[in-house]
Design a protein around this ligand. Sequence first.
Ligand SMILES: C[S@@+](CC[C@H](N)C(=O)[O-])C[C@H]1O[C@@H](n2cnc3c(N)ncnc32)[C@H](O)[C@@H]1O
Length: 208
Amino acid sequence: MRNRIILVSAALLLAVFVSGAVAISESEIQRLAQLMGWKPGEVIADVGAGEGEIGFAAAAKVGKSGKVYLTELDEQKLENLKKEVERRKLTNVTVLAAAEKKTNLPENCCDAIVLRRVYHHLTAPTEIDASLLRSLKPGGELVVIDFPPNKSLTETQPVTGVPANRGGHGIPKKILLEELTAAGFVVEKTIDDWPDDDYLVIFGRPLK
Ligand SMILES: C[S@@+](CC[C@H](N)C(=O)[O-])C[C@H]1O[C@@H](n2cnc3c(N)ncnc32)[C@H](O)[C@@H]1O
């Protein structure tokens, strides 16, 4: 029995290592919810939602008077998200197909938008940044969680099609800040001790 547990644990660790995916923990979601101040009636988008853990947690907090958008570029993940919304019978969640150069979110739709471990995958960051700015309400917040280039991920799972200045799988915080401020966002807060060696940046869309 003990050997079987060790084998299963090792297989899980290997799967995480090979895929580069790090499932979000409940404590990270709670910290994010508190930081962003999710409340009833808000409209929040989880861009590049993956399995949708952040968005589903946000949907419970914003309630029936609020709304959550989940977007994905990957068709299989998009289908899985739609099925999960149906399975959970959620009426305040909309799943949207993202595009390479557009979020496909409605203009001025959102009080807050979050991208966790997505930004370094963007192949057209200038266009997506402009689209993110249009999707946020003036005064709204964009939260980006990402990580500096990771050596082992760069070797095992290189990201293709992204600008060369990322320097591998990940993105230096300095470049993220430069790109999003050039797009018109203002930096409100930076947190360097986010879980899994990630950093978090909160940007605001100015009122004018
Ligand atoms: C490492 S996963 C992170 C998933 C999820 N945010 C999480 O924290 O678990 C990156 C996701 O970004 C998605 N993605 C990449 N480019 C995108 C784009 N332009 N718009 C929306 N999603 C995108 C990928 O399909 C993938 O599911």
